[in-house]
Ligand binder design. Structure first.
Ligand code: NDP
Length: 275
């Protein structure tokens, strides 16, 4: 089943559901990407740091789908921040992908102590003007980082890709996104399985006959977030795609909301600086 499309603040549209490539081994990335596209995924979330952009590109070329029906994301890694370095890194990503443009280019992390993310954002604006990225956004930015780049450039990111799962719901940042027309895109959406046995998830699974993973992914869809689960199993890819023929009730959504404990699986963007 094909995902609904979300409107971006630059006039383009993006599939609400996609597929993520973090930790997908290079040699299987082409196969997994091609399988995902065959099953019905239309958004593939990659990054230079995942070291599998060649496979991502090969999987895209294996597909018979027209290029304009596939939404390709990649990200600028921390060590490539800064204006000129970002321009070079984007060209290197495009070469590895074998594409003349990506649909979405993100700054992977803000790395605030290096203070290069505003210059990096200026480079993304240039890349958009040059047609190398159709849309531009950020990842792991907090409200202060967003306010700074918006204040300095007047250009609002289309997306902020952040960690969201039932134990880390980030309501304040999501409200900021909503107020500024930024789409929230959830990474590690399944939260390392730590809510699979939570009573509200199990109750919704029992009522709908769906798996805990499907309940959690449907919760992302119903909070209005875009979501990019990863599975290297074809059965997992299929399962994670089947989210659009059932829905959670208001009571089920409210029960899952109570699971928030502001606890991360991944690093804290305020201090994460890995190069
Ligand atoms: P996910 O939350 O998507 O979980 C992936 C794990 O869950 C895998 O171990 C997978 O195993 C398992 N899984 C997948 N589907 C199911 C299912 N239906 N039932 C049970 N288990 C399942 O984690 P990720 O951390 O990969 O996040 C998703 C994507 O988000 C990444 O691939 C990446 O694209 C992006 N990301 C972005 C970050 C950023 O900083 N911007 C940081 C981290 C991730 P199996 O393969 O065996 O199915």
């Amino acid at each position: 089943m094909i995902s609904p499309l979300l409107a971006l603040n630059d006039g383009h549209r993006m599939p609400q559901l996609g597929f993520g490539l973090w930790q997908v081994p290079g040699p299987v990335t082409a196969d997994v990407t091609a399988t995902a596209l065959r099953l019905g995924y239309r958004l593939i979330d990659g990054a230079a740091a995942y070291r599998n952009e060649e496979g991502q590109g090969a999987g895209l070329r294996d597909s018979t789908l027209p290029r304009d029906q596939i939404f390709v994301t990649t990200k600028i890694w921390n060590s490539d921040q800064g204006f000129d370095a970002t321009l070079r890194a984007a060209e290197a990503s495009l070469a590895r992908l074998g594409l003349d443009h990506v649909d979405l280019l993100l700054i992977h992390w803000p790395c605030p102590s290096r203070d290069l993310y505003p210059d990096t954002w200026h480079a993304l604006i240039r890349l958009r003007e040059e047609g190398r990225a159709r849309s531009i956004g950020v990842s792991n930015f907090n409200e202060g980082h967003l306010q700074r780049i918006i204040g300095e450039t007047g250009v609002v990111p289309v997306v902020n890709q952040i960690e969201i799962n039932p134990r880390l719901q980030q309501p304040a940042l999501r409200a900021f996104h909503a107020a500024h027309g930024i789409v929230t895109q959830s990474w590690t959406p399944l939260g390392q399985g730590r809510s699979f046995d939570a009573p509200p998830v199990l109750a919704a699974a029992a009522r709908t006959g769906r798996s805990p993973a499907q309940i959690i992914l449907r919760w992302h869809i119903q909070i209005g977030a875009a979501v990019i689960p990863r599975s290297t199993r074809e059965a997992g890819l299929r399962e994670n795609l089947n989210l659009f023929d059932f829905s959670l009730t208001d009571a089920e959504m409210a029960a899952i909301a109570t699971l928030d404990e502001a606890s991360r699986c991944g690093p804290d963007p305020a201090v994460f600086e890995m190069q």
